[in-house]
Design a protein around this ligand. Structure first.
Ligand code: ZN
Length: 453
């Protein structure tokens, strides 16, 4: 049994002092005792660590490569996507494993305990399958074995180049799956995570552009008790394409055809009418928000105030991984709402401050989207924990919700000192235990990539 003790901790019932947390050998929280005498490893502030609910790991390697003026008069999501497609022509399975390890390490060092990987880079350049159709999924799992992050692997089903069922473009052939391919790929991915005691599987029909209604239903039926994620309503041209094809806007279509509930996570949901926002929020589905990426891509601003008024669930993902920062992800959501509404403390309620409300929301949404027993410091759950440096000047004199507000709005990820995922103590004193080797392998991978490109 591992024993941790903290001066303060965020428990399901609220802030508590002098807490002893015992971890079982399997990596779960065995016991939580407030008002306990100090013993074991000691910390100032202990938080439940959040799940990062949306990531495409390989995109980390192109961070910073899409900021120059392109040939089009206006650079948009769609011109960014062209750069992304050119880039991924060159990635090998070894590259994907090295990049995923860096991404997972950075997530852990930022205070996330779980990587929900929306994984769509399946095949060789040109589209031929690897001998094992789940080769790339196995590489993501191998990275997780190395970094110790909790993994929820979501293999992606990707059938078409658009709602009219056109074939895949040259940049998309590495993603393509028929329903039969996808079923085999899912089995292979599930086999790849079998050695990871706390990993889980789910399914991800990519979007309404890339998957037919039958393809989506097929996906949903394959693992009916596991999470299902799709990109939805991120971009205006996507809304127009779906509306033209199906006579309904994407969110309307999902409400009519999918009976969404807590099993469903919809990534982005940037462009919703007020009516769509209210109706979808009431279903219990999770809004998978990626505020840094949505800012980077110029997507737009989530209708957060209406979603919150209906008690809609939400969580956070780093998506393109242009920057992996938990504090900045949360801060960017709140600030986007402030800039639009010219107001402050948008998410604060009578019960909780802004930081507290969005941190709690991210724990709930992340847990739900990951399909993982996590999200609180409570017996029986995986020990996904984050210790914060209370000796940093930013935290001086802070108590209760002010600690989260100061961490998120005045601090940075450098205040994250120790992180446990499934009881594995992988970040100590702010650094992942294998930081230097993972970083070195990533840099070597990028140099090789540059030579090939
Ligand atoms: Zn995405």
């Amino acid at each position: 049994m591992t024993v941790l003790w903290a001066e303060r901790a965020l428990l399901p019932e609220g802030w508590a002092e002098n807490i002893r947390v015992t971890l079982s050998p399997e990596g779960r929280i065995a016991e939580v005792t407030p008002d306990a005498a100090p013993e074991g490893q000691r910390f100032g502030l202990l938080l439940p660590a959040m799940a990062n609910l949306h990531s495409h790991a390989f995109q980390r390697a192109m961070a910073g490569l899409s900021e120059a003026k392109g040939p089009e008069p206006r650079d948009t999501f769609w011109t960014w996507r062209q750069i992304m497609y050119r880039f991924l022509d060159h990635l090998t399975p070894e590259d994907v494993e090295a990049i995923a390890a860096l991404v997972q390490m950075e997530m852990l060092e930022a205070g996330y305990a779980t990587n929900v990987e929306f994984h769509y880079l399946h095949h060789q350049p040109g589209g031929a399958h690897y001998d094992n159709i789940g080769e790339m999924s196995a590489r993501i799992a191998a990275a997780a074995a190395r970094t110790g992050i909790g993994l929820t692997l979501l293999p992606v089903h990707y059938q078409f180049g658009g709602c009219d069922r056109r074939g895949l473009g040259a940049g998309q052939v590495r993603f393509g799956t028929t329903p039969e391919d996808f079923a085999r790929l899912l089995d292979s991915a599930e086999a790849a995570i079998r050695g990871l005691p706390d990993a889980g599987i789910g399914v991800a029909p990519h979007s309404l552009r890339a998957v037919s209604p039958e393809g989506l239903a097929f996906c949903a039926a394959l693992r009916p008790d596991r999470p299902i994620h799709l990109h939805l309503a991120e971009q205006v041209p996507e809304i127009e394409e779906v509306s033209a094809a199906y006579g309904l806007r994407p969110v309307e279509w999902v409400l009519e055809n999918c009976a969404p509930d807590a099993r469903w996570t919809f990534i982005h949901l940037t462009h919703m009418t007020e009516d769509e926002t209210r109706r979808l929020a009431r279903t219990g589905a999770v809004a998978g928000l990626c505020p840094i990426t949505e800012s980077s891509l110029g997507d737009g601003i989530f209708n957060g105030t209406v979603w919150a008024a209906e008690k809609g669930r939400l969580g956070f993902g780093s998506d393109s991984n242009i920057r992996i920062s938990l504090t900045e992800e949360l801060r960017t959501l709140e600030y986007s709402q402030r800039l639009r509404d010219r107001a402050r403390a948008i998410y604060a309620t009578r019960e909780g401050s802004t930081g507290r409300v969005i941190y709690d929301a991210g724990l709930d949404g992340g847990r739900t989207a990951a399909g993982r027993e996590t999200g609180a410091i409570a017996p029986g759950l995986w020990a996904d924990l984050c210790a914060v440096d209370v000796d940093n000047p930013v935290m001086a004199g802070r108590g209760g919700d002010e600690m989260l507000d100061s961490l998120i709005f005045a601090g940075h990820d450098g205040l994250v000192r120790d992180v446990w995922s499934g009881g594995r103590h992988v970040v100590r004193e702010g650094r992942h235990m294998d930081h230097d080797r993972i970083t070195g392998d990533y840099i070597a991978c990028i140099r090789r990539l540059q030579e090939r490109m």
